[in-house]
Structures are given as C-alpha cells and as structure tokens.
Write a new protein. Structure first.
Length: 128
C-alpha cells in the first residue's frame, strides 16, 4: 500500500513517512508542487496526502492542495485515488472549505502522527 505525500516542510514529510512506514506503508514524499501531480500519475499511489497551502508560492498559487484535488479528480488515471488534506489551514471555515471541495479526510496541524496512520488505514484498509 503506497502513500504519496506532498508538504513544503521537509520535517513534516519525514515525521509522516517514519510513522506510516512503521505501520507498513510505502511512502513517496515530495516537496515540489510543480511535479507532484505528474508524480502521482506516474506512480499511481493508493492514497494521496497533501498540505493544502504552500506559503513559498505567490498568493494566487498558494492553495496547491485544492489544485491537486481538482487535477487528480478530472484525470481518469487518478480520479479514484483518495486525497487527504494534512493542513495548517485550521480555522472552521477553512476546514469546511476542504471538506466541501471533496477531500476524503481533512487533518489539521499540529497533528498526532498516530492519527494520520489511523485515518489513512480507515480509508485504505490495513497495508498489505
């Protein structure tokens, strides 16, 4: 079972990867929003985990998670892959916007790594 994870913060990528791998998942980490969707298409993970915002980008392009969700949802090769938000956007209206956009789960930061593993497992089933 493979999880593809985007986050602009390398320490978050590492923390999540260590915990998911310990639980038996294979993790592919990416911190480059420009290549993430093409990597998902090429690698076809079982589930995608993404930060919603990338503050390194200009304001018009910061909400990368929503762009990823839309891009993956309209591609027949990726439309069935569940997409989970793991985001610093944690205000009630931001969380509601994430759920309304179609994320399969919306986890806010700060987070408990065990919760990330549990939510991923609830969506995909245990790793095989």
């Amino acid at each position: 079972m493979t999880v593809m994870h985007f986050d602009p913060e390398k320490h978050v990528l590492k923390l999540v990867a260590v915990n998911l791998e310990k639980a038996g998942y294979k993790v592919i980490s990416c911190d480059d929003p420009k290549t993430f969707v093409s990597e998902v298409i090429a690698k076809k993970p079982d589930i995608v985990l993404t930060e919603v915002i990338d503050r390194r980008l200009n304001e018009a392009n910061r909400l990368v998670g929503f762009m990823f969700l839309k891009s993956l949802g309209v591609n027949e090769l990726t439309e069935t892959i569940p997409v989970v938000a793991l985001s610093m956007l944690a205000e009630p209206d931001e969380v509601k916007a994430g759920w309304d956009a179609g994320f399969d789960c919306y986890i806010t930061k700060p987070f408990n790594p065990a919760d990330v593993v549990r939510y991923i497992t609830e969506i995909t089933g245990p790793p095989t």
